[in-house]
Design a protein around this ligand. Structure first.
Ligand code: G
Ligand code: G
Ligand code: MN
Ligand code: NA
Length: 253
């Protein structure tokens, strides 16, 4: 209850900020895209991680407003970087289920228009649970977003209810292999089998694969062997504040 008020105030008092985690081509040489991750700098409690307030934001419906702020912030920041001459890359924004069903098409259209951002620079990440809740409706919404030129990714792939019939019909571009399959890749043959199967299936469906939570050179080498396309994780970089990410872009690394 108290947290709810604090969260509402956070939104009004600019205590929320976006950090950016780069995603690298599997050879690790270049940043090809990035994920925007929400952070809350609370004046007394310090930094509050998203896992502690996103569930509440979802319960109270505040996620719709917060989510719109996130989209707006990411898109306008990216367009400012582009205008400043930085070699920008597409940025992925996480959507929660609630946000997806509450007027996402109008919101995205309004935000892109407001920021003047080219749609191809925006990627939306949806979890399996968000997209499967009403799968027929999701197919229609995703098709509209795709027609607008926005890139689409399924987040945390393999941890939700993966309905392959729908995956076949979802006009998505990417799967994000959940980090629970990546963390023990070097020691657990079952995880290796799952990673191999997910990557092969994704490629068969003409989707690219981003491995999440890559922390070691060994994991990266195995993923490269399996033909994984992109890697994201602490091996390369944590999510960093906007100014720091801009410096990484400028340095081409
Ligand atoms: O870095 P990390 O602790 O940021 O993220 C934890 C979880 O919070 C992840 O599951 C991530 O998808 C989610 N998350 C981070 N930023 C956002 C956001 O802007 N919107 C939504 N809906 N979820 C987010
Ligand atoms: O669910 P989603 O994929 O959006 O969540 C991203 C989460 O993963 C964030 O909390 C982010 O900080 C975290 N993360 C990113 N890279 C790594 C990593 O290499 N290792 C671990 N353990 N977590 C990571
Ligand atoms: Mn994500
Ligand atoms: Na994820």
């Amino acid at each position: 209850f108290k947290l709810e008020n604090a969260l509402r105030r956070a939104l009004e008092c600019h205590e929320l900020e976006l950090h950016y985690q780069p995603q690298y081509g599997i050879d690790g040489s270049a940043i090809v895209s990035a994920e925007a991750l929400l952070r809350w700098r609370h004046p007394e409690r310090g930094f509050v991680p998203p896992n502690e307030f996103i569930p509440l934001a979802e319960e109270t419906g505040l996620i719709v407003e917060i989510g719109e702020w996130v989209l707006h912030q990411a898109c306008c920041q990216l367009e400012r970087w582009r205008r400043a001459g930085l070699p920008v890359v597409p940025v992925a924004v996480n959507l929660s289920a609630h946000q997806f069903t509450e007027g996402i098409i109008d919101t995205v259209r309004r935000v892109l228009d407001d920021c003047g951002l080219e749609p191809g620079l925006l990627e939306l990440e949806l979890t399996e649970s968000a997209s499967m809740a009403d799968a027929n409706k999701s197919v229609a919404l995703l098709a509209q977003l795709k027609a607008m030129g926005i890139r689409l990714a399924i987040d945390d792939f393999g941890t939700g209810y993966s309905n392959l019939n729908y995956l076949k019909r979802f006009p998505v571009d990417r799967l994000k292999l959940d980090r629970s399959f990546v963390s023990d890749l070097e020691t657990d043959p079952d995880d290796l089998a799952i990673a191999r199967a997910v990557i092969a299936m994704a490629h068969g469906l003409r989707l690219s694969v981003v491995a999440e939570g890559v922390e070691t050179r060994g994991q990266l080498a195995l993923l490269a062997d399996l033909g994984c396309d992109l890697a994201q994780g602490w091996l390369f970089s944590r999510a960093v504040p906007a100014e720091e990410f801009a410096r990484m872009l400028a340095a081409g690394q």
